[in-house]
Design a protein around this ligand. Structure first.
Ligand code: FAD
Length: 307
């Protein structure tokens, strides 16, 4: 592939960290995924933007990865460039009065935002405490839990699209359940947290974490919820009622604790996970006439792989 040489030259000249054929299983929370031709780790925003410009100009296939916590990568890997935001971490405080407004870089962990808010007495993201998401991933997925979602905290988003950088103030219509509808790569976002008593924030963190620990396989290798909840009910309850809780294929298993989680018990393959997803989808459809839609994102796997 001609572009590989050109990319290596580009990265080498700019001293941008990259690796060849690194398995993506090292970077997904479910620990599944074959190698990407290149994995690249920009450390500064300008490096990231320069890299995106280069990839775009040369029509090189690429995929942006944050915490890899909602991702299933093919066992064969990805014939392109995986661009990681994990080193693009920064929180700049813009105003601090009744609310705390911060500009957060895309690779910043949500847990860092929660910690900073807590230390200064501001609340907002506690519903995602313990979730290994980055800011970029949480915005893109409109990550949510316990009746709250990322959309409630985002004031502005800086996007890279078609070589242009734009700052937008998202409207309600830009958000849907588990998605931010605007296309582009999220460079940063302005987040607003509200002033709150530290003790109350601590209580909220404890309450949410205990609920999570009681109902989800939080210490196992998963990618969070497999399917979106349909309007009527919980996907997990439907899969459980279809009799699939604990069902195993190879080393992948439908969690005993929560049927909308698939656990990699050790050395599971993407193909095993896809098998379980197809099975759950078919059984739920046959039993309840409801077609579950995946929440997890696929890389190197065809979108219609469940059909
Ligand atoms: C234990 C566990 C618990 C979880 N609990 C929840 C929960 O309560 N609620 C919930 O909603 N989710 C949950 N998840 C799923 C996951 O954490 C969220 O979807 C999260 O928002 C993904 O963030 P990420 O940084 O890991 O994104 P990735 O998994 O790295 O990427 C997900 C998608 O976002 C895109 N993306 C990432 N960064 C950017 C960027 N900068 N610009 C544009 N696109 C980008 C990727 O290309 C991909 O399509 C959980 C996952 C785990 C493992």
């Amino acid at each position: 592939m001609k572009w590989l040489k050109e990319l290596d030259k580009f990265l080498g000249e700019r001293e941008i960290l990259y690796k060849e054929n690194e398995p993506l299983s090292l970077h997904t929370t479910i620990r599944i995924g074959g190698p990407a031709l290149r994995t690249v780790y920009p450390k500064r925003l300008e490096e990231f933007i320069g890299l995106l410009d280069f990839l775009r100009a040369n029509q090189i296939p690429f995929y942006v990865i944050g915490g890899g916590s909602n991702l299933l990568v093919s066992d064969k890997g990805y014939e392109g460039v995986a661009v990681f935001t994990k080193f693009l971490r920064d929180i700049e405080i813009l105003t601090e009065k009744d609310s705390l407004i911060m500009r957060v870089l895309s690779g910043t962990r949500i847990n860092e935002v929660i910690r900073l808010g807590y230390e200064r007495g501001f609340s907002g993201f506690e519903f995602l405490a313990g979730v290994p998401a980055t800011l970029g991933g949480a915005v893109k997925m409109n990550a949510g839990a316990f009746g709250k979602s990322t959309s409630m905290l985002v004031k502005k988003v800086t996007l890279y699209k078609d070589g242009e950088i734009t700052e937008i103030e998202p409207k309600d219509s830009d958000w849907i359940y588990r998605a931010f509808k605007r296309e582009g790569i999220i460079l940063s976002a302005e987040i607003e947290l509200k002033r709150e008593d530290k003790e109350k924030i601590r209580e909220k963190l404890k309450e949410f974490w205990e609920k999570r620990r009681a109902t989800q396989p939080v210490s196992e290798k998963t990618f969070g919820s497999v399917f979106k909840n349909p309007p009527c009910c919980y996907a997990g309850a439907l899969i459980e009622r279809a009799g699939l809780k604990g069902y195993q294929r190879g080393k992948a298993k439908i969690s005993e604790k929560h049927a909308n989680f698939i656990v990699n018990t050790d050395g599971a393959k993407a193909e095993d996970v896809l098998f379980l997803m197809r099975l759950a989808r078919r059984r739920v459809y046959e039993s309840f006439n409801i077609l579950l839609e995946p929440e997890v994102k696929f890389l190197g796997i065809a979108y219609d792989c469940l059909d």
